[in-house]
Design a protein around this ligand. Sequence first.
Ligand SMILES: Cc1ncc(COP(=O)(O)O)c(C=O)c1O
Length: 411
Amino acid sequence: MTSTDLRPRSAGGAPPIRLAARLSGIRGSAIRDLLTLTARDDVLSLAGGLPAADLMPRERIAEAAERALASPTAVQYSETAGLGRLREVVAAHETGRTGRPVGPADVVVTSGSQQALDLLARALLDPGDPVAVEDPVYVGALQVLQAAGADVHPVPLDGEGMRVDVLAARLAAGFRPRLVHTVSSFHNPRGVTLGQERRRDLAGLAERYGFLVVEDDPYGLLAFDGDPPRPVAAHGDHVVRLGSASKVLAPSLRVGWLVAPPVLAAAVERLKQSTDLCGSSLTQMITAELLADEEWFAGHVVGVRRENRGRAAALTAAVDAEFGPAVTRSTPSGGMFCWLEFADGTDTAALLPRALEQGVGFVPGGAFSVDAPVDGGALRSAARLCFATYPPDLLREAVRRLARASRRPDS
Ligand SMILES: Cc1ncc(COP(=O)(O)O)c(C=O)c1O
């Protein structure tokens, strides 16, 4: 478009704005759209993946902010790849998680892990490149991959995460993805965790067929019991890990990171320069202090895990009491989501407006379908509920409202 095209026209109104063709391939996020509807004060929203604000360490963040602001660094531009101190802390943390040496040069700090995924896709993919994702899919990943013009192939999930055997069969038949995206632990939206054997198999397939696994892991530390699952990256070199402070500290810090071989980290850094120059020095300094205070951080995470476990138990007990055998549900063992399936074939997209009338929000399963069939396809009768946002009493009330909505006939 030339500059003349942008000049206001006196007759006939403004000139049409022609958007880039790439936008037509990106599905809008039904979830982001829903958040607008569910933001009403009278709605208890189980729709967003919102961690509990009451569990976020606001006082500790304020103390760290005050300390950080004593230095002019906190208010200045910083290195594109992230503050050196934070990269060191993240590298140490990732070395501990994966049992493999991670150095600061392998880490790029980003504006949430969502930006890391976007930069990574732009660094790795040309339009038409094949990629694989889980189905149902994390919608944020689908949007990024669609924006990169990728040819997206769904791989089904079951109770143990991605069907790595299905992927293996397709690879043997000639499928050659550039990358495979997985939410390996406490999947969004299904809540399931990739089994250890499957993790090993997936890392092995990546090496054999030369693709990268993108292990998107914002929830791994939020296991209710026991140690966090051992990352896929513990089993091989062809894995890029995405991590985030959002679910363990606070999403408003907008601190996430990517751990990748230095050549890929450098490519991502170059793209980030053109995107935002650098992230916020202030929130990176705060995050570095909180993650480096190992004793405090470990205690904080234990507290979040304990509280989330209680919330999940309250939600699932309420679902059982209100719906009985009419609904099959997952049993969360970490993360933030519970997955419901209505046995009678209820169309959850049609249920949603009635639920909002009753004052409760959720995300219909069809929103997570890779191919987005108009009727919601196989996910038509499913729903994702977030149990992390509210304390138990409000979760029980939300489920009562959902049950009332589901008993009302279609209008
Ligand atoms: C699987 C997954 N990855 C990434 C993100 C993005 O998190 P953030 O950008 O806040 O780090 C989310 C947010 O809900 C998520 O569920």
